[in-house]
Design a binder for this molecule. Structure first.
Ligand SMILES: *Cc1c(COP(=O)(O)O)cnc(C)c1O
Length: 370
């Protein structure tokens, strides 16, 4: 048994996939975003399961992730959503990846390399409609489109943009981005590029901004059954796919005045029992949860006391009389009627759910359950 593991509920994944598909018009493609090890869930396991559910398009952050995915799914369409540097371009050809293009110099380099290989490379063109990250600024799109015909080794199959604020109550910015994107799509089509794949909607926009479904949507977070924050309405009947578990490694009696962990930040007030759990910040259990996190044991909450260390945390189990070594510990997930959601952990850390699950490290084994 590993010290801690992530348990993946493939039924929940299938459920969330159905929930998303039921929001789409027939024929709209779903691109499953599996970057960052499928948001910490385990990329290959998740991608295989989604492939079996009929998903054919996958989004990764880098050529390295795309290359790993290609070895597992020989027939998938793999779009690289993130930056690609010059020395990584060969990997696009070798792993048959589809790059997202955000600049003229990059397009030129891709065209040169495609020409040298005697290939026609499919690409998706990205426009920055207000995210302020990747993508061509809309005011240089015209210039780009006049240059594109000089790059005959690129096949512009798709166009995309990314919403900055589709999770906000106020959708004004999303409306503005949508209008700018729609104009860019028309302009690109008028320039003679038919654009089979037009996509802009992320998880939130799929449900909150359905006019932006176009011919493809890109879902990450909602496939995993997660909401961006604790306060975000949990109204989509999604099911969390991941539980993070460990086991009690050691239980010890402590008497008043004794202290727990580095810096002696926690002093025992009344006699109690402390359980040592073999998971720490090296696994992605943030050190900022020191004295603030909690876990579930025997269906009860138990507080994290003292500093979180690299490989261990300590929890006070004085109130759980039956606690013993080897007991199941839930860091994220449910036991009986109680649960700790990734959203709750994010709330304590004053961050978003994405960061909590992405942080779960490579040392944590991923195991599927049906
Ligand atoms: C990560 C990412 C997504 C997925 O966003 P979710 O909010 O997880 O659905 C979609 N598009 C791009 C470009 C991304 O980088």
């Amino acid at each position: 048994m590993p010290n801690s593991w992530v348990q993946i509920d493939l039924e929940a994944l299938a459920w969330n996939h159905r929930r998303i598909m039921s929001a789409l018009r027939p024929g709209t493609q779903l691109l499953a975003v599996v970057k960052a090890n499928a948001y910490g869930h385990g990329m290959l396991m998740i991608a295989h399961a989604l492939w079996d559910l009929g998903v054919r398009w996958f989004g990764v952050a880098s050529v390295a992730e795309g290359t790993e995915l290609r070895a597992a799914l020989p027939d998938a369409k793999i779009l690289v959503l993130g930056c690609i540097l010059e020395d990584e371009i060969h990997g696009i050809f070798e792993a048959d990846l589809i790059p997202v293009v955000s600049s003229l110099p990059f397009a030129t380099r891709l065209n040169d390399k495609a020409q040298r290989r005697g290939r026609k490379l499919p690409i998706h063109l990205k426009v920055d409609t207000g995210m302020g990250r990747l993508g061509l600024q809309v005011d240089v799109l015209d210039e780009f489109l006049t240059q594109l015909p000089r790059m005959p080794h690129l096949g512009v199959e798709g166009i995309l943009s990314h919403f900055s604020s589709a999770d906000q109550d106020d959708l004004t910015a999303t409306h503005e981005q949508w209008q700018a994107f729609d104009a860019a799509v028309q302009k690109t089509r008028e320039a003679g590029f038919p654009l089979r794949w037009v996509h802009v909607a992320n998880s939130n926009a799929i449900f909150r901004f359905p006019q932006a479904h176009c011919t493809m949507v890109r879902a990450g977070l909602f496939l995993y059954g997660l909401y961006p924050t604790k306060d975000h309405p949990h109204d989509l009947e999604l099911k969390p796919v991941l539980e993070w578990k460990s086991r009690v490694g050691l239980i010890k009696e402590f008497t008043p005045g004794q202290t727990v962990s580095y810096g002696r930040a926690h002093t025992i007030r009344e006699a109690t029992k402390i359980a040592v759990i073999p998971v720490g910040y090296a696994d992605g259990y943030s050190r900022a949860l020191s004295g603030r996190g909690k876990v579930l044991m025997r269906g009860e909450f138990a507080p994290v006391v003292g500093r979180i260390t690299m490989d261990h945390i300590m929890v006070d189990v004085g109130h759980i009389s039956s606690a013993k070594e080897g007991d199941d510990v839930t860091l994220i997930g449910a036991q009986g009627t109680r649960h700790i959601r990734a959203e709750d952990v994010a709330d304590v850390l004053e961050t978003i759910t994405y960061e909590v699950v992405c942080a779960i490290g490579p040392r944590v084994e991923r195991k599927a359950i049906r």
